[in-house]
Design a protein around this ligand. Structure first.
Ligand code: NBP
Length: 475
């Protein structure tokens, strides 16, 4: 037994992580259900470092130093359960099983409990960064028993992305917390992508820019506050020319977005926790609407109205879109961090939002200069009621607010959909409103269901005798 880590599941993600470990000097035991993938990895990249080839689970487990550390990188869901069972039967108390797939956090909570009962340490690790990150340094969000992190942490931290000498990996908290924060990370990623999409759409349909012109704008933005991986790849995608037609590639791609489910999970969880993640929800729904191809086809030619007036000051409107994107992005992150705080309270995880901002600065899909600001905001005040209230973000929104309103109102007049820009602005306006229409909602609820209401001038719950003499009684 000489391998420090084993990786089972050698499709693209598992292979790249195994290579990443090997490149960092670890001896890596390799296993895959079908041995062909193991052999393909060894044939193509065996020179990356020290690998131990194994065929059966027994051989695989026997190749590992104790306490054994096995990273599972198989398809999320039933396949993961099957692999965990097989491994658990072959492993011993004190060994560590890490699930690096995109597991639903409630599955991770269940699995951790079952493994703990067998004396095994189960770590649910969210891993972000896609194929490229897996090979060269992902962001890693491991949740599970704190003790297991002592033996596992150094390995994960060494293969993770590094920003200013700090690894993009830290122990997140107990059981499902790592997969939970990875889920919210993906939700924020959905919102970020939708906001960028809305900005692109405005350049195209409000200003008449072609793909190349829009690419240039995003390239420019990537050297300012918006500097991020997603803005960078947006310019790359928009600059790509289709070899077959000579047109911009983006103009020949079908405009129906797909999804694998983590955005939807984020919204479902937010609904259960009662946290308004409007930016993420709009992003998930926008993808769904784009995919309703038959319905969209049938709706071609519906009236758009006649109020359209295109912006004339191109430079000003370009800056307006940049500000609207930045402000909406602040809202989407604020909402995501609210959901993390609510999940932490619900499951008793004691999560530290500043830690997440720190490890998301590199490796992952939402990596951005912006994350440094979030890190600083939580360092200055770990109990921030909302990210929007941190002085830096408050000022950023104050600077952006007029632009934000111009963008949403112009888009509305032109009939250009901006669900995430508009809902983020409405969220902001609702959050800062002194009085919300919820008072009327409470009155209605009391009218039809005697659900009671509170008064602004007295303690307790009250009910109006709506079908009687309409006097008020204390409930
Ligand atoms: P896939 O999700 O495509 O899974 C393929 C792997 O699962 C193969 O190794 C396959 O073995 C194995 N497998 C399956 Br399918 N059923 C199995 C079973 N019943 N027993 C044992 N092995 C089984 O691979 P991937 O795209 O590399 O993703 C791996 C994990 O990482 C997934 O959970 C995915 O959601 C996650 N992921 C994360 C990111 C990211 O950015 N973090 C990106 C992509 C994926 P075989 O070769 O014998 O068929």
């Amino acid at each position: 037994a000489r391998a420090q880590i084993g990786v089972t599941g050698l499709a693209v993600m598992g292979s790249n992580i195994a290579r990443n470990f090997a490149r960092h000097g670890y001896t890596v035991a390799l296993h895959n259900r079908s041995v062909a993938k193991t052999d393909a990895l060894l044939a193509e990249h065996g020179g990356d470092g020290d690998f131990v080839r194994t065929e059966t689970v027994e051989e695989f487990v026997a190749a590992l130093e104790k306490p054994r550390r096995v990273l599972i990188m198989v398809k999320a869901g039933e396949a993961t359960d099957a692999v965990i069972e097989e491994l658990a039967d072959a492993m011993e108390p004190g060994d560590i099983i890490i699930d690096g797939g995109n597991a639903l956090y409630t599955d991770t909570i269940r699995r951790e409990k079952a493994m703990a009962a067998r004396g095994l340490n189960f770590v649910g690790a969210g891993i972000s960064g896609g194929e490229e990150g897996a090979l060269n340094g992902p962001a890693i969000m491991p949740g599970g028993p704190k003790e297991s992190y002592e033996s596992l942490g150094p390995l994960l931290e060494s293969i993770a992305a590094q920003v200013d000498g700090t690894p993009c990996c830290t122990h997140i908290g107990p059981d499902g917390s790592g997969h939970f924060v990875k889920m919210v990370h993906n939700g924020i990623e959905y919102a970020d992508m939708q906001l960028i999409g809305e900005a692109y759409n405005l350049f195209r349909d409000a200003l008449g820019f072609d793909a190349k012109q829009i690419a240039d704008v995003f390239t420019d933005w990537n050297s300012g506050d918006l500097e991020s991986y997603l803005v960078e790849i947006t310019a790359e995608v928009l600059n790509q020319v289709d070899a077959k037609t000579g047109k911009p590639l983006v103009d020949v791609i079908v405009d129906a977005a797909e999804q694998k489910g983590t955005g939807r999970w984020t919204v479902k969880s937010a609904l259960d926790l009662g946290i308004p993640v409007t930016g993420i929800a709009e992003a998930v729904f926008a993808r769904a609407l784009s995919g309703s191809r038959a319905q969209r086809k049938a709706a071609q030619g519906l009236a758009s109205g006649t109020l359209a007036e295109k912006p004339t000051d191109v430079a000003q409107f370009t800056e307006d879109i940049r500000q609207a994107l930045y402000a909406s992005k602040i809202v989407a992150y604020a909402q995501g961090f609210d959901q993390i705080a609510a999940g932490s309270a619900e499951y008793d995880w004691n999560l530290h939002p500043g830690d997440l901002a720190t490890i998301w600065r590199g490796g992952c899909i939402i990596r951005a200069r912006f994350l440094n600001r979030i890190k600083e905001a939580y360092e200055a005040n770990p109990e921030l009621p909302s990210l929007i209230l941190a002085p830096y973000f408050r000022e950023a929104i104050e600077t952006a607010i007029d632009s934000w309103r111009r963008v949403v109102s112009t888009a509305t007049l032109l009939g250009i959909p901006v669900p995430a820009f508009a809902s983020s602005l409405s969220y902001y306006d609702a959050l800062r409103a002194e009085r919300l229409p919820a008072a009327l909602t409470q009155g209605q609820r009391d009218f039809f269901g005697a659900h009671t209401y509170e008064r602004i001038d007295a303690e307790g719950k009250y009910h109006t005798l709506w079908s009687g003499d309409r006097s008020e009684v204390q409930a």
